[in-house]
Design a protein around this ligand. Structure first.
Ligand code: F6R
Length: 218
């Protein structure tokens, strides 16, 4: 189930090919991640100069934070992708509030791209999240706060809560691609993809999806 690629560059190029193909569909709908892993994917997509004018996107998650904070996922996406391609600002969406209206729009997703946390989370569905969960406010685990402290001046500055798309919502996507980069992800990736499907390892639920691809580079 896990396809290993020789370099991070190749990982991003393979996923960029999938995004490029998806953008040729009529009114494509994408779900997008933030974090370190997709940074070169977004760079590659910007370099390809694709047409995003009919595309709608939904981000997987957002901290409970001012949307204009430099470390908000809203700021991240603008910096790495949205301000650099021809997507309409009305067409990209963040879960600033877990309203039903947001949830209702996330329908008929053509492609959902995911990263994986070292504790097996996808989006901010931390261990223990239920398989039918929907967009909601969550408390971040201590491990996630530690992992994400690299983006903040001190660990105390890391938000303790986020709003995340749920596992149930993610699983309704027509196609899912999970990207993992770095040896520190290998163990959890193996547990998630080859171990038992359990809410203790949220990414393991992907084993139940009929169209999922998992790409890894070390
Ligand atoms: C972020 C997200 C998270 C990250 C995961 C891996 O939008 O959904 O699940 O994908 O924490 O983060 P990185 O890529 O920084 O290792």
């Amino acid at each position: 189930m896990i396809k290993t690629l020789s370099t991070y560059k190749e990982l991003c190029s393979v996923v960029a090919d999938i995004v490029e193909h998806t953008l040729t569909l009529p009114k494509p709908k994408l779900v997008l991640p933030t974090g370190s892993t997709p940074i070169s994917l977004y760079k590659e997509l910007v370099n390809r100069d694709l047409d995003w004018s009919t595309t709608t996107t939904f981000n997987l998650d957002e901290y409970v934070i001012n949307p204009n904070h430099p470390q908000s996922y809203n700021s991240f996406m603008k910096k790495h992708l949205f301000d650099r391609v021809n997507i309409y600002p009305d067409n990209y969406h963040f879960p600033f509030r877990p309203t039903e209206a947001y949830e209702d729009k996330i329908k008929e997703i053509d492609l959902c791209i995911l990263g994986i946390g070292t504790n097996g989370h996808i989006a901010f569905n931390e261990p223990g999240s239920t398989i039918d969960s929907r967009t909601r406010v969550v408390d971040l685990s201590e491990q996630t706060i530690r992992d994400n402290s690299r983006f903040f001046p001190t660990i105390d500055d890391v938000p303790k809560q986020a709003i995340t798309m749920g596992l149930g919502t993610i699983m309704e996507s027509k196609k899912i691609v999970l990207m993992a980069n770095g040896e520190h992800k290998l163990n959890i990736l193996n547990v998630a993809m080859n171990g038992e499907v359990t809410e203790d390892v949220p990414a393991s639920i992907l084993q139940n999806h009929k169209n999922v691809k998992v790409y890894y580079s070390d």
